[in-house]
Design a binder for this molecule. Structure first.
Ligand code: GAL
Length: 677
C-alpha cells in the first residue's frame, strides 16, 4: 500500500483526520464561508466532497460544469482544510437513467427499480460503466493537482442499495464469470450439484441469475451469484480507480460498510481490501442495542483485519442520531467522543462523520451532523469542538498499529454468506451473531481481538476462535490444523467445517473439515426451538443448537444434561500436536463463553494488558518504540488504573495512576513501551 499518512498539516507532521462529508452544493455560497470558519473553529482538517454531485457536475451527457466545485475547493484550501475528493460515480443523475433505462437495477422478483433516491444503476450496465469512467476522467484531470486534494474517494458504499441486480445484462455477465471460473458447463453442474431436482444445464446460455422462483433456489448458484455480484462491482471500482491512478499518485479508497454485507447484499471485503490504497469504513450505532459500543469495537477490529493490521480511516460515523432506524435516538452526553476514540483506539487514523452540516432538505434532514440545525450555539457543536481538540492532540499515534491481540477470530466471507443460505437446520444459526457473542465475551474480559481468514498466517496468535464457519475450504482446514499442530489453541463452535467451497457436505460425520483436529464425530443435529435452552453439565445452558455425537480422542468438558441428546458431548477439548482444540456444540450464554474462555486463556497463558472493570475498554497502539493506551470508560463509575505515562488529552503525566471519569476517555503515552506488532 502506498499509504503512510495524509498530509493534513502544513508543517507535514501527522494528524488524525477529523471532519466529514461536505455538500456545499446543498447550500448558498454565503454559507460556504461560514462553513470554513466553523470547520476551523472545530479543528476539522479533512472533508469528503462531491460524493453525490454527478447531476450538478454533468448536467447533460458530456457537458460538464465544474465552476462551483472549483470555488468550493479553493475556499477550503484557503481555510487550510484538506479534501478527500469523490469521483461522483455513486449516483447517476435522472437524465442518465431516463436516457438509459436499461441501466436501472432489477430486483430478484423482476421489478426494475426507479430513480429518485440514489445508486440507481446495475453494475453490469455498459452505459453506466462508460459514463462513470468519463466522469472520473474529467474529475481527476481537473483536480489531480489541486492543492487541497489529498486522497480519492471512489463511489460510495458499493452495494448499499443496488446489489445484486437480476437484469439481463447481469445474466450475461454472470455467464461470462461462470465460464471464467469453471471452464466447462459440466464443472458448473458438478459444483452446483444439479443432479438434484432436474437442474442439469447443457449450456452456459441456459443459466440465469437466481431469480425468484417457486421454492428454494440452488444454494451454490446463490453463493456464486453473491461472489459474482461482488466481483462485478469490484470491476467498477477497479476501472475508476485505474483512471485515477493513471493521473494521480494520491491514495484511492472506497468506504466499506463494516459487517453489514451479507449473502443478499454481497461485497467480499477481504478481496476488496487488497485493492485499496487505504481501507476506509463507515459505522453507525444501532440505537436499540444496549451493547452497541461493543458492536462498534467488533466492527473496528474486523476492519483492522481487512487492512492486515495497518491503520485505516473511519470515513463516516454520526455525531448523534441517524435518520434510517425505526427510532433515531440521539447520542448521550460523551457518547460521540467515546465512539470516535474507540475507532481511533482500534486502528483508525481518521474519525470522519456523515456529515459536516445538517441538511435542510432531502431524506437525511433529520440525520445529525457536526454542525446541527441549531448552529454553532449548541451543546452538540461544543462537543464537536471538544472532540476536535482531543483528536488534535493525538497526531503522534498516526501510523501506529494496534498491539496486544493474542486472540484471532476467523471470519471468511464465504463461510458467512453460506451460513445465511436457506433450507438449513435452523434459521437462528448464522456467522455474525455467534461471532458477536464470542467477541462480546472477550471484550468484557478486556481482551483485544483481531480478525483474519482461515487461510491467513495465524502464527502470531495463541488462540483462534472459529464461530459458525459453516463453509470451510481444504486450505482453511489445513491451515487451522497446522495452527494447532504447532502449538495454537483452537476454539471451534457448532456448524463449522460442515461443507466445502461448493456448499457440499463433508461426509462421514460432522464437522468433516475439523473432526480429526477436534477429536469428535457428530452424527446428527438437534437444533432448538427459538426460545428453548438446554442445560449443560458445565458452562450453564445452550441455546439455538445441540447435537448427538461421540468423542474419538477429545475429553468431554460438558455434556448436555437433558433432552434427546442428554449425555452427548457439548463442550470438548482435544490435545493435538503441540496445541489443543476446543469444540462448543451449542450457543453458550455470554457468561458460559467467559467461563470456558477463562480455561482457554489459562492454558494459552494470555491475560489482558490491565485488569479493569467490565466495559472499561483499554486498547494499545504502538509504533517504533512508543506505545499508547486508549482508555474508554463506558460505565457509570469512575475507574482508576495503574498506567504510567503522559495523559495526552489532559496534557499531564499520570504519575503512575490514572482516573478516568464515568463515561470519560484518556490516551496515555506509556512510559514503558509494549513493543510493536
Ligand atoms: C451512509 C452513507 C451516507 C449517509 C449515511 C447516513 O450509509 O454513505 O451517504 O447516507 O449513511 O447514515
Amino acid at each position: 500500500m502506498a499509504f503512510e499518512h495524509l498530509p493534513l498539516r502544513d508543517d507535514g507532521s501527522p494528524a488524525i483526520g477529523f471532519g466529514g462529508d461536505y455538500y456545499p452544493e446543498q447550500w448558498d455560497r454565503a454559507v460556504w464561508k461560514e462553513d470554513v470558519a466553523l470547520m476551523t473553529e472545530a479543528g476539522v482538517n479533512l472533508v469528503s466532497v462531491g460524493i453525490f454531485s454527478w447531476a450538478l457536475l454533468e448536467p447533460a451527457e458530456g457537458v460538464y460544469e465544474f465552476g462551483w466545485l472549483d470555488d468550493a475547493l479553493d475556499l477550503l484550501h484557503e481555510g487550510g482544510i484538506r479534501v478527500d475528493l469523490a469521483n461522483a460515480s455513486a449516483s447517476p443523475p435522472p437524465w442518465f437513467s431516463h436516457k438509459y433505462p436499461q441501466s436501472l437495477p432489477v430486483r430478484i422478483d423482476g421489478v426494475r427499480l426507479g430513480y429518485g433516491s440514489r445508486q440507481a444503476f446495475c453494475s453490469s450496465s455498459a452505459d453506466y460503466r462508460r459514463a462513470s469512467a468519463a466522469l472520473t476522467t474529467k474529475i481527476v484531470e481537473r483536480y489531480a493537482a489541486h492543492p487541497a486534494v489529498v486522497m480519492w474517494h471512489v463511489h460510495n458504499e458499493y452495494g448499499c442499495h443496488n446489489d445484486p441486480c437480476y437484469c439481463d445484462a447481469s445474466q450475461a455477465s454472470f455467464q461470462s464469470w461462470l465460464r471464467a471460473k469453471y471452464g466447462t458447463i459440466e464443472a458448473v453442474n458438478e459444483a452446483w450439484g444439479t443432479a438434484f431436482w432436474s437442474q442439469h444445464y447443457y449450456s452456459f446460455d441456459e443459466i440465469t441469475p437466481p431469480r425468484a422462483t417457486g421454492t428454494f433456489i440452488n444454494p451454490t448458484q446463490r453463493l456464486d451469484y453473491s461472489r459474482f455480484s461482488s466481483d462485478d462491482l469490484l470491476e467498477c471500482f477497479e476501472a475508476e480507480a485505474a483512471i485515477i491512478r493513471a493521473h494521480s499518485p494520491l491514495p484511492v479508497t472506497t468506504n466499506f460498510m463494516g459487517l453489514t454485507m451479507g449473502l443478499d447484499r454481497p461485497i467480499d471485503y477481504w478481496k476488496w481490501a487488497d485493492r485499496m490504497d487505504v481501507v476506509s469504513n463507515d459505522h453507525y450505532l444501532i440505537a436499540d442495542d444496549a451493547r452497541n459500543f461493543q458492536e462498534l469495537a467488533m466492527t473496528s477490529d474486523y476492519i483492522r483485519g481487512l487492512a492486515d493490521g495497518a491503520p485505516w480511516l473511519l470515513m463516516e460515523h454520526s455525531s448523534s442520531a441517524v435518520n434510517w432506524q425505526p427510532r433515531n435516538i440521539a447520542k448521550k452526553p460523551g457518547e460521540m467522543i467515546r465512539n470516535s476514540l474507540q475507532h481511533v483506539a482500534r486502528g483508525a487514523d481518521a474519525a470522519l462523520f456523515f456529515q459536516w452540516r445538517a441538511a435542510r432538505a432531502g431524506s437525511e434532514k433529520f440525520h445529525s451532523a457536526l454542525l446541527p440545525h441549531a448552529g454553532r450555539d449548541s451543546t452538540l457543536f461544543r462537543d464537536v469542538v471538544k472532540l476536535g481538540a482531543y483528536l488534535g492532540k493525538l497526531g503522534e499515534v498516526v501510523g501506529s498499529r494496534v498491539v496486544g491481540a493474542d486472540i484471532v477470530i476467523i471470519n471468511d466471507t464465504d463461510a458467512r454468506w453460506a451460513s445465511e443460505l436457506d433450507a438449513h437446520p435452523s434459521i437462528d444459526v448464522t456467522t455474525v451473531p455467534e461471532t458477536r457473542l464470542w467477541h462480546d465475551a472477550l471484550y468484557r474480559g478486556g481482551y483485544t481481538t483481531d480478525f483474519r481468514r482461515a487461510t491467513d498466517d495465524l502464527s502470531g496468535y495463541r488462540v483462534a476462535i472459529v464461530p459458525v464457519q459453516y463453509l470451510m475450504t481444504d486450505a482453511g482446514a489445513a491451515n487451522l490444523r497446522g495452527f494447532v499442530e504447532s502449538g495454537g489453541t483452537l476454539v471451534a463452535t457448532y456448524f463449522s467445517g460442515i461443507v466445502n467451497e461448493n456448499d457440499h457436505i463433508r461426509l462421514g460425520g460432522y464437522p468433516g473439515a475439523l473432526s480429526e483436529v477436534l477429536g469428535i464425530r457428530i452424527e446428527e443435529f438437534f437444533p432448538l426451538l427459538q426460545s428453548e435452552t438446554i442445560a449443560l453439565s458445565e458452562f450453564g445452558a445452550g441455546s439455538k443448537w445441540s447435537e448427538r455425537g461421540t468423542v474419538s480422542s477429545a475429553r468431554v468438558l460438558a455434556e448436555y444434561a437433558s433432552g434427546p441428546v442428554q449425555g452427548s458431548a457439548a463442550v470438548t477439548r482435544n490435545a493435538f500436536g503441540k496445541g489443543s482444540a476446543y469444540y462448543v456444540g451449542t450457543s453458550l450464554t455470554t457468561g458460559g463463553v467467559s467461563a470456558l474462555f477463562a480455561q482457554v486463556a489459562a492454558e494459552a497463558s494470555i491475560t489482558p494488558f490491565v485488569s479493569v472493570p467490565q466495559d472499561v475498554e483499554v486498547v494499545l497502539r504502538s509504533n517504533a518504540g512508543t506505545s499508547w493506551a486508549f482508555v474508554i470508560n463506558h460505565t457509570s463509575e469512575d475507574v482508576a488504573l495503574s498506567l504510567d505515562g503522559v495523559d495526552l488529552l489532559a496534557g499531564s503525566p499520570t504519575g503512575g495512576s490514572l482516573t478516568v471519569d464515568a463515561g470519560g476517555v484518556a490516551v496515555v503515552r506509556l512510559s514503558t513501551p509494549i513493543g510493536d506488532s
